[in-house]
Write a protein of this length. Sequence first.
Length: 485
Amino acid sequence: MADLPASILHLHVSDIEGEEQGQFRHRVLNAIALLEGDAAFAPAHRSWRSPDAVSCALAADLLVVHGLAGTETEALIRHRRGDGKVTLYEIADELTAPRSWSRLNPGKPNALTVGRQLFHASLCDGVQFSSAWLADRYAELNERRAVLGNIVAFPVEMPAKPAGFVFGWAGTRSHKEDLRAILPEIEEFCRRHADAVFALMGDEELQGVFTGLAPGQRRFRPFGSYEDYRQFLRSLHVCLVPLLDGGFNRGRSDVKVVEAAAEGAAVIAQEAIAFAACGDAVLSFRTGPEMLAHLESLYQDRRALEDAAQAGCAILSERKGEAAVRAAHRAWYSGWKVAAGGPLREPPPEARALAGRLDDAMRAARTGETESALAAAQALIERDPSYVQARWLAAQLLADDGRTGDALDCGAPLAACPVFGPSWKTVGERLTMGPASEGAEGPAHPFQPFALAAELKRSREEGDIETADRLRRRLSLFLGDAAAN
């Protein structure tokens, strides 16, 4: 009898579409596709909103948690540990940096949320990262960690390029300031060369940055699918990759450089922490004038342009191509001792639609539309009484509205759930016995910001410099260096 494969489940917040789909594709969908043909593994993914997510997360031989911060996540990790199952946590972005461009969650992330993410990562058996900088920054979280690169498919042959000189960029609104910083050089280059065309694929907001270019020298394309994005890169002779230092940019991966090189574009990339491993595969610049000089050189010498594109594709194909990335992923997952139980069951046909409805209900609850959120959650429960995520939302909304009896009735079935049961127990006790007395909730977790700040102050007062320095470093992970000092 053939050995069964080990199931690997990637558990994430939701099936992300639109402008932010790149991260979901690279860190979830592509990571699954990379191991689908491997007899040792049976990879799958679930949105945490999916009705079968809890049962699958408990059953998976190896679970990868992508950034979840709810209190139920702790119970999930602890229950799996009690069952002897391996749980890994993934950090694929700088957790603490402001996200001013985000339409869903603009501004600086909530310190308590980040604290829980760090806590969950520290509870897991290991932590995986998308970049070396992130792995170094969050090294204190876990002794067992790995950097897993993004998977980028390289063509067998270099894509053919049309005549002319098309240079450009594609991406999300999170790069708006990076683009704005090189705008003068882009405009200058187009003034020098009337036959040069700047192409951009992205949100309409980004297109507004380049309206100063002559109509015949600008080519705009709205954000589309990942396949559309790769096709757009194929149309470029030169891809510009600006990346200002600091904040969110420090935690980025080098995937944009790799994708451009894979599509046969000569890459001119800003010197940045994220691109350190690309080195000799790209033309690098520190300032706008340096970028302009590279552009001018490639424009004037077609052979140099072709050589730069071919070298970048060849070097990064070997260094960052599918074979190298698959080997790293396989080595990381193979290093965990798991009892291989075979593939997880397929999700029910309506799972994605139901997860979308719950996601909408949770968004409505966050924006104060509590009645519509409650109605949506109750409709999901009526359809499937075992839908514990919907029941948890409805019970909380009822409790917050002062409808104690209804909340207790709604939440009662949660007591039997090993994931939501502990959180419901806390809520239920508060509803029946009133607020807990001070300190009754037990010790704060080791990444709780208020507890860290109090311990840091005490250590400094006692002159314990070593402990104070360790606590300051831990606090700075999510409050920043200035706030932690």
